[in-house]
Every structure is written in structure tokens, then in C-alpha cells.
Write a protein that binds this ligand. Structure first.
Ligand code: KG4
Ligand code: ZN
Length: 340
């Protein structure tokens, strides 16, 4: 098998990005993402609009991925798709498309768990990029999830802790909404925080047992704090936007790092990989790099293009499963609450 080229098409449609990617033996040949702008005006993803946009985007996105990879459909060895977790309507578009294409081409279909893919994106073959070795800890931080996972092998993962309410990306997006920022607010808060004082305002961190997280209290604390300040200064937000963002970011990064430190001391594992949209955050990246020096951790931080939803991460899982003959049955269905 080693001297044969294995081409995998990955398809991702779990939320509001329609994406397709072709990889050959673990190396990316193309990685196309169509981000749906329609949701910005609503301050969050509208599921029905997301499924409709996926339907419009999926054919051109797959077509472009094949063209950029410079291969024909007939050269594909398998089709990998996101089975879940995610929005049911969105997942159905990618699932149905992948099933029909695999059936038409008479090639295997491979189902992929979106959260596992955020972790296994670290195994995409790239020049000068080191891969984690097993076991390692993965912290997946996105708009839908916040988890710390012990990874013993590609498909042997155990969730050690997760959020009991909002995901960390939601904490960013909901705080941004309170501040009048557009959706998604995470990248904007990150940018505004750079020019602010992280200790200007203090928000208490939640007390949650073990390695679980909670972010809904923080959002409420920010809301009440802003309302109180606005009673005496209606321009409080615009007068202090950088300091507010820096303080929110400081609190969130503190919560994430406290739990990671606890996970390291609980497991003795010092290899840490991050993934998911929030892993693009400059604050968490800086905190991990300083932990690397301070506590001798080995950290794995994905390239920006692999942080938010993409299909290269789906294709790499497809490739790893292909090598282990882990194929899907033809009657497989999407699963909005898919677990590991
Ligand atoms: O993984 P992702 O693209 O989609 C989900 O599966 O949820 O993550 C999107 C989330 C959004 O909540 C967005 O605000 C957040 O990632 N995000 C960030 C940054 N870039 C994206 N949050 C903080 N700082 C960033 N730089
Ligand atoms: Zn994601």
C-alpha cells in the first residue's frame, strides 16, 4: 500500500461552513471553504438558512476542491464526511451528498466525528510540522464544544472534562453581542484585547468540579457589570472597549489554562494539542507557549486554516480510517449528537 497513492475527498457541513478537501497519502492537495456570511446579520447561525446555503454551495465547493487538487473524481479512493455532531439540517446535506457520490463512484464511504477531526487535524502531513505522539491531551475549543480529551491512539479517545453549559466560543460570541460586536465576535474580541489592559476589570471564574467547564455565568456577570456601568456612563462600552475585551479574554484564558494544568497534573501527560475555532485565539496560543517554557510542556498549535471548520481535517481522518479499513455502511445516517 505504501507505494500507492490514496486519494481521499473530505466533506464538512456540520455548521455554517461548506468545505471540501482532497488529500493524497495524508498531504493536502486542496482545502476549500465557503463561509456563509448570511448569519452575520442575525448575530448567530440560523439552522434553516445554513442548510439551504449548504445545498447551494456543496457542488461548486467539491468541484473546486477536485480542480485545485488536479484530479478526476474517478481517481478518488474513498469519500469521508462529517457524520456529527452538528446541526441536523446542515449535516444531512453533506451526508446525503457524500453517500450519493460514493455510491455513484462505487468507492467506500467513511464517516467522521467532527470533534475527533479537530484533534486529528494535527496528523495532516506538512513540511516542518511536528505531530504529537500518543498519549497526548487535546483541548477542543469551538463555538459548539469545550473538551479536554485524553488521546491514546487515533481512535482511542476519552473525554476527561467538558462544558456543562455554554462552549467557550459561545462565551466569546455572547459577550461580543452584549458589547454590540458582530457575529462571530471571538476574532474581534481577540483583536480589541491586544490594545487593552487585561486587569482593568475583574470577572470571577466559575467553580466547577474536576475538569469540567462552565461559561454561562461569565456571560451573565459581564451583562450585569455592563448594565451597572452604563447607568452612570451611557458610553461606558465605547469608552472602555479595549479594556473590557482584554479583561474578558484574560478571564477566559485563565479558565482554560487552570483546567489544562489540572489535566496535566492528573494524567502526568505534558503533550498538549489544541483545536477548534477558539484555538486561533492569540491569548491561548501565547499562554501555551509560555507554559511550554515554564513547565516543560510540549504544545501543538494548529495553523490558522485548520482551527476553524475545514474539510482537510475530515479528509485526514478519512485517510487514517482507510488505512485501518474502517468504512461506513451504506445506510449510515447523520447524527446531531454523535459521541466518540
Ligand atoms: O470550530 P468553529 O469554526 O465552529 C464550531 O464548530 O463551533 O469555531 C467557531 C468559534 C466561534 O465561536 C468564534 O467566535 C470562535 O470560534 N473564534 C475565536 C477566534 N476565532 C474564532 N474565538 C476567540 N478568538 C479567536 N481568534
Ligand atoms: Zn468545529
Amino acid at each position: 500500500m505504501n507505494n500507492k497513492n490514496i486519494y481521499i475527498l473530505g466533506i464538512e457541513s456540520s455548521c455554517d461552513d461548506t468545505a471540501a478537501s482532497v488529500i493524497c497519502n495524508g498531504r493536502i492537495l486542496s482545502n476549500v471553504v465557503a463561509t456563509q456570511k448570511i448569519h452575520e446579520q442575525y448575530g448567530g447561525v440560523v439552522p434553516e438558512l445554513a442548510s439551504r446555503a449548504h445545498q447551494q454551495n456543496i457542488v461548486p465547493v467539491v468541484d473546486q476542491a477536485l480542480k485545485q487538487a488536479n484530479i478526476k473524481k474517478s481517481q478518488l479512493n474513498a469519500i469521508a464526511f462529517t457524520r456529527g455532531p452538528g446541526l441536523m439540517g446542515s449535516l444531512l446535506v453533506g451526508t446525503s451528498f457524500a453517500k450519493s457520490l460514493a455510491f455513484g463512484l462505487k468507492i467506500p464511504l467513511i464517516d467522521v466525528n467532527h470533534m475527533q477531526a479537530h484533534i486529528l487535524a494535527h496528523f495532516i502531513d506538512e513540511e516542518n510540522v511536528k505531530k504529537p505522539s500518543f498519549p497526548f491531551l487535546a483541548m477542543t475549543i469551538s463555538g459548539g464544544h469545550t473538551q479536554i480529551v485524553k488521546v491514546d491512539d487515533y481512535f482511542d479517545m476519552t473525554i476527561l472534562g467538558e462544558t456543562i453549559d455554554d462552549a467557550v466560543g459561545e462565551a466569546y460570541d455572547k459577550s461580543g453581542k452584549i458589547l454590540g460586536l458582530g457575529y462571530p465576535a471571538g476574532p474581534q474580541i481577540d483583536k480589541l484585547a491586544k490594545l487593552g489592559n487585561p486587569k482593568a476589570f475583574k470577572f470571577t471564574k466559575p467553580k466547577v468540579k474536576g475538569l469540567d467547564f462552565s461559561f454561562s455565568g461569565l456571560k451573565t456577570a459581564i451583562l450585569y457589570f455592563i448594565q451597572k456601568q452604563q447607568a452612570t456612563n451611557p458610553n461606558f462600552v465605547s469608552d472602555n472597549l479595549n479594556d473590557i475585551c482584554a479583561s474578558i479574554q484574560y478571564t477566559i484564558i485563565g479558565i482554560l489554562m487552570d483546567k489544562l494544568k489540572a489535566a496535566v497534573s492528573q494524567t502526568g501527560i505534558k503533550q498538549i494539542a489544541i483545536g477548534g475555532g477558539v484555538s486561533a485565539n492569540t491569548g491561548i496560543r501565547a499562554a501555551l507557549l509560555s507554559a511550554e517554557k515554564k513547565w516543560d510542556w510540549h504544545t501543538f498549535i494548529p495553523k490558522f486554516e485548520f482551527t476553524t471548520d475545514n474539510a482537510a481535517m475530515i479528509a485526514i481522518v478519512g485517510y487514517l480510517k482507510f488505512l485501518e479499513n474502517k468504512f461506513a455502511e451504506t445506510d449510515i445516517t447523520a447524527s446531531a449528537r454523535l459521541k466518540f
